[in-house]
Design a protein around this ligand. Structure first.
Ligand SMILES: [Zn+2]
Length: 305
């Protein structure tokens, strides 16, 4: 499938609701309709309401049913523009900017659209890291100093940074919020993010990583001593952490801790696909129609704890 790379191309390819709808249908069901309830392929089509009716279970499905676009009242064309801007701008787009660019009724609508797109990206099947993987923690938000690794710090969120170390560059990355730097917190996240056999974890000498070897993870630690040396022994983890902070500050001017993980998912997604940025529109569109529904209510309530 061709990817629109300019706004003019996008407008030419998707001039109306019908063309957007066809594209989503193609992306969601490239082999033809499949009932999301029973998996059946036989169906009839109710043209006036653009609904598929499953012959097996009789249930009706729209192309956006059960996706992050579920029950949206925003026209698909606006969603396509949002996906385009989201994918196109290397640094992402703020809700305020999107509201103005699309002429949306409220900031809340723009905010929700962007979070739904982020959520769609975050729900992808996880790409496991392998090879040499640097592990480190960083703090996001809150005042600059006073972070404590073992217990976390008030107003700050600890983020576990995992990034593949290639010869001259970084590979894929995973960023995950954790309550503190203990092994109980970082161990399961770290182990879930890597291919066990083919991975060696590189860290500094923080005690939270020491039990890794006992859990069968190949692990090398180096003594940190000074902050300057920290950047030397884990160069890519430091690059990722500082890029992340610059991105959060520059694009969003601060992010609430309860929504931070979705921003991390967006950052990771962009970072891991930085070589194929021109295809992001397609990836975002595909994730949007393959994900599960996420209502505004769930968006704001789900991570309240
Ligand atoms: Zn069915």
């Amino acid at each position: 499938m061709e990817f629109p790379t300019t706004l003019i191309e996008l407008q030419g390819r998707f001039p109306d609701e019908e063309s957007c709808w066809r594209y989503l249908k193609e992306v969601r069901w490239p082999e033809g309709f499949r009932c999301p309830h029973c998996g059946g392929a036989e169906h009839s089509y109710l043209e006036a309401r653009r609904l598929f009716q499953c012959t097996g279970c009789r249930r009706q499905t729209s192309v956006i049913a059960g996706t992050v676009l579920h029950r949206t009242r925003t026209p698909l064309r606006k969603w396509f523009l949002a996906m385009f801007f989201f994918a196109r701008h290397k640094q992402s787009i703020s809700a305020l900017q999107l509201k103005e660019d699309l002429g949306l009724g409220s900031y809340g609508t723009a905010w929700t659209m962007l979070h739904k797109l982020r959520a769609a990206l975050g729900r992808r099947p996880h790409q496991l890291l392998k090879g040499d993987v640097e592990a480190d923690e960083t703090f996001v938000g809150g005042p600059r100093s006073g972070g404590k690794r073992g217990r976390g710090a008030p107003n700050k969120t600890m983020v576990l940074v995992l990034v593949e170390r290639r010869e001259q560059s970084a590979g894929a990355a995973v960023l995950q919020t954790i309550p503190d730097g203990s092994f109980d917190s970082l161990g399961p996240e770290l182990r879930g993010a890597i291919e066990g056999e083919n991975t060696t974890i590189w860290s500094d000498d923080w005690s939270g990583y020491l039990p890794l070897a006992r859990h069968g993870v190949k692990h090398r630690s180096q003594i940190q001593r000074t902050p300057e040396r920290a950047a030397k022994i884990l160069p890519w983890a430091h690059v990722v952490a500082s890029n992340l902070k610059a991105w959060l500050l520059g694009t969003f001017r601060g992010v609430s801790p309860k929504h931070l993980q979705r921003y991390l998912d967006e950052f990771t997604y962009r970072f891991s696909r930085r070589g194929i940025a021109d295809q992001l529109f397609f990836y975002v569109a595909r994730r949007a129609v393959q994900g599960e529904p996420l209502t505004y209510h769930r968006l704001t309530a789900e991570s309240a704890g």
